[in-house]
Write a protein that binds this ligand. Structure first.
Ligand code: NAD
Ligand code: UDP
Length: 322
């Protein structure tokens, strides 16, 4: 059956890649993106010419429409700590308010998909983290607007599933990187790449021994598409989606630095409550999405990301020179 789909946050980094994939589907009838361009950019979807696609510039928490959708994919929320810490109330509204509002635009029997995060595991005491792990989080800490609003939205959706049978798909996405991240996004890999290409000084917070599992965006959105689109599924989530190769921040910075001779690493004070480690247990993902794996190693993914940013920066400099 052909589907009408609404994607909130579709002008963002992950959302714009997911849209590219969804528009390749012949069983997609219509795709409406709702985005307020807070952390996203029109540029990310400027290449889209498909007549099934339309963009609504609006807040997910107040967008209204007479249309009802077969599937809603709620991605609207900043993911970068510096952005969500700067506007915590807006972050909470985007996640929880967005979900509450968008639920009303779903057709009866429709499916609601949500991008949750590995942040809900906080600073984990076990590794890797299975979906059953309840996390080590701080509801009054500096990351609370993000991780607690993701937790609350998960609660909202799974409670709706319990009381009304809502078709829910929740993914917990681990650190994802790649082309179309904002130049001023502030997350580690894009920051290191831009710093290497501009100032030549890569800022590592603390000693850099903290680790993450870095997923290249193409691999991650393939997992999202497969989980969100498939009808018959034995497990509706939450589902960890990520690369399970854990690498320290220092090693990532060293690799990026090796791409630009003369660049160097500078250590800065550690970030308060920076999680020390993060690695997905992918047992469920392998079971639900047979054959799917985040295959791209960090060196290959960073080289591709590096090349994309190099071209962006060169294009910006050319247009300034004109
Ligand atoms: P992003 O900041 O690039 O994209 C978010 C998009 O949502 C932007 O286009 C922004 O303008 C839009 N937006 C924000 N608030 C909105 C609102 N109230 N109404 C409408 N639009 C709004 O972030 P991303 O990395 O693409 O992340 C997308 C989703 O995936 C987020 O929900 C994020 O929490 C989740 N996620 C991402 C990662 C990651 O590493 N990228 C990891 C875990 C979870
Ligand atoms: N980080 C860093 N320098 C930067 C940006 C990030 O050392 O310029 C570190 C950050 O402190 C964290 C890790 O890299 O330990 C991942 O940070 P990011 O913001 O990408 O994601 P998150 O903290 O949400 O996992």
């Amino acid at each position: 059956m052909s589907r009408s789909v609404l994607v909130s946050g579709g002008c963002g980094f992950v959302g714009s890649h997911l849209i590219d994939r969804l528009l390749r589907r012949s069983d997609l009838e219509k795709l409406v993106v709702v985005d307020n361009l807070w952390t996203g950019a029109r540029q990310n979807i400027a290449h889209v010419t498909d007549p099934r696609f339309s963009l609504q510039i609006a807040d997910a928490e107040s967008f209204s429409s007479s249309q009802r959708f077969d599937e809603i994919i709620h991605l609207a929320s900043p993911a970068s700590p510096i952005w969500y810490m700067r506007e915590p109330v807006r972050t909470i509204k985007a996640n929880i308010g967005g979900a509450l509002n968008l639920l009303m635009l779903l057709k009866p029997g429709g499916r609601f998909c949500f991008a949750s995060t590995s942040e809900i595991y906080g600073d984990p005491e076990i590794s890797p983290q299975p979906e059953s792990y309840r996390g080590s989080v701080d509801c009054t800490g500096p990351r609370a607007s993000y991780d607690e609003s993701k937790r609350c939205t998960e609660a909202l959706l799974f409670e709706q599933q319990r009381v009304s049978g809502l078709d829910v798909r929740v993914v917990r996405i681990f650190n994802t990187y790649g082309p179309r991240t904002r130049i001023d996004d502030g997350r580690a890999i894009s920051n290191f790449v831009i710093q290497a290409l501009t100032t030549g000084i890569l800022t590592v917070y603390g000693d850099g021994s903290q680790s993450r599992s870095w997923g290249y965006v193409d691999d991650i959105v393939e997992g999202l598409e497969r989980f969100f689109w498939r009808d018959s599924i034995s497990h509706r989530g939450p589902l960890n989606i990520g690369n399970n190769h854990e690498v320290s921040v220092l090693r990532i910075a060293e690799f990026v630095s090796s791409l630009v001779p003369g660049s160097r690493i500078e250590h800065q004070p550690p970030v308060p409550q920076d999680p020390t480690n993060r690695c997905p247990d992918l047992t469920w993902a392998r079971h639900v999405l047979p054959g799917w794996e985040a295959k791209t190693g960090y060196q290959e993914g960073i080289e591709r990301t590096f090349e994309w940013f190099r071209q962006q920066i060169a294009a910006t400099m050319r247009s300034k020179a004109r």
